[in-house]
Design a protein around this ligand. Structure first.
Ligand SMILES: [Zn+2]
Length: 206
């Protein structure tokens, strides 16, 4: 893309490095910023710089945080004995949005995937196992994605803590709310039958 300004070209090149943003979108965003007052670009640049330099990871659950311990871990009303194991911070946000979980989290930072070169040591598994072995955790909820990598990761963790005095559970996988049965795939429908719940539970929290 030939541009009349090297400065614009540089900005477009940087913006287009973001996932899902092609050169055309990057150009549209850059031109939009040029039409706005200069302060808007300054605020954007400052917010990004500050976020990158100052953001931390909670030293207990590895969630993104402004402090050494995140707000969820620091909250005395959250149950420290129940830990929900998730892949990344977006999963924490998704579960928090339900408003139904009052325990704490452990963010693994991904899942075991030999194809992508991700082994257990690149994840925060050892600190999770240490937490469980310390004896304060009563239940571990596996809330990883329903994929081979997710299952492998769950099982890898399970093997290390199965002799500890801890209950393990996995989030239910089944028919989505509003879905018609005939359109569900066989695996999902099969799991929904096997992991059926008492009827009284089926309409709670809806
Ligand atoms: Zn935390």
């Amino acid at each position: 893309m030939e541009m009349s300004s090297k400065l614009l070209e540089k900005a477009v090149a940087e913006i287009s490095q973001l996932p899902g943003i092609g050169k055309r979108t990057a150009l549209r965003l850059a031109l939009h910023l040029l039409k706005q007052p200069p302060e808007q670009s300054q605020h954007l640049a400052e917010a990004l710089k500050k976020m990158r330099e100052e953001i931390k990871f909670c030293n207990q659950c590895h969630n993104i945080s402004d402090n050494d311990v995140c707000e969820l871990c620091a909250n005395p009303l959250r149950d420290k004995t129940i830990i929900c194991v998730v892949e990344d911070v977006r999963d924490v946000m998704a579960i928090e949005n339900t408003g139904l979980f009052k325990g704490q989290y452990h963010v693994l930072g991904g899942k075991i995937s030999p194809i992508d070169g991700v082994g257990p040591s690149q994840l925060t598994i050892s600190s999770l196992v240490a937490k469980v072995k310390a004896g304060d955790v009563k239940e571990l909820i596996f809330a990883l994605s329903s994929t081979m990598e997710g299952d492998t990761t769950n099982f890898y963790i399970y093997k290390q803590i199965k002799d500890c005095n801890v209950v393990t559970s996995a989030i239910a996988r089944g028919i989505a709310v509003g879905d018609e049965l005939e359109f569900a795939d066989e695996v999902t429908l099969g799991r929904s039958i096997i992991q059926r719940v008492p009827f009284e539970n089926s309409f709670k929290n809806n």
